[in-house]
Design a protein around this ligand. Structure first.
Ligand code: SF4
Length: 215
């Protein structure tokens, strides 16, 4: 399987922020986001056994879970189906929610689902959400500056018809080479207010690992 890196750090995003995890970062993605911070798209080839050995080596201290992240890990579904049963900590899957058919295959091996909402792939997102809405899952939505409020409102309304209770995390974008600014405070509050009209659990959580200078 192709992996960018395997390391121990602190989860910086979403509702499990602050927990120590082992991260397995899969390389390669099927989409391209302007705010992507995954620089090493090439990665290197690992055998299943070498990933298991690397995780074992890192797991000398307490870890809450193993974050399967990327890139988009579900692109390597066959390897995941072999790897995950060999790992002894709970599995936290971070996916861009564009590959519901693969999510279905792996669902029973995962304890925590972090679903990114990419508006361009809303149909696939809703299909993914439907599948895990009764599991330990949350939605992560990266808020860009100058949000199109009408589209956003429509999207939240449709999402609420699948589930009102899955936590909805608004993550103000961290500026990158292509995105120069954070959304301003009015944009953040407005995104929160609209979402809260339809959903029960809405929170704003930025990428805290960047503030702490962690991976
Ligand atoms: S889905 Fe994630 S890994 Fe893929 S391009 Fe977007 S931010 Fe990067």
């Amino acid at each position: 399987m192709r992996i960018s890196e395997i390391f121990s750090s602190i989860q910086g995003e979403g509702i499990y922020v602050g927990y120590r995890q082992i991260f397995i970062r899969f390389s390669g993605c099927n989409i391209s986001c302007a705010y992507c911070d995954e620089e090493n798209h090439e990665g290197k080839e690992y055998s299943i056994d070498s990933v298991v050995a690397e995780v074992k080596k890192l797991n000398k201290n307490y870890h809450h879970s193993i974050s399967i992240t990327g890139g988009e890990p579900l692109l390597q579904i066959n390897d995941l189906l072999t790897l995950l049963p060999k790992l002894t900590l709970p599995i936290y899957l971070e996916t861009n929610s564009t590959l519901p058919a693969y999510l279905k295959e792996i669902k029973d091996l995962v304890s925590i689902f972090s679903l990114d909402l990419k508006p361009e792939y809303f149909k696939e997102f809703l299909e993914s959400l439907e599948m895990v809405k009764d599991e330990d899952a949350f939605i992560k939505y990266v808020l860009l500056p100058s949000q199109q409020v009408m589209d956003y409102k429509h999207m939240i309304e449709e999402l609420s018809m699948v589930s009102k209770d899955v936590p909805f995390i608004i993550q103000p974008v961290t500026p990158t080479k292509q995105i120069k600014h954070f959304p301003d405070s009015n944009e953040i509050i407005s995104a929160y207010t609209i979402a809260k009209k339809y959903l029960n659990d809405v929170r704003v959580i930025p990428q805290t690992h960047k503030i702490m200078n962690l991976k």
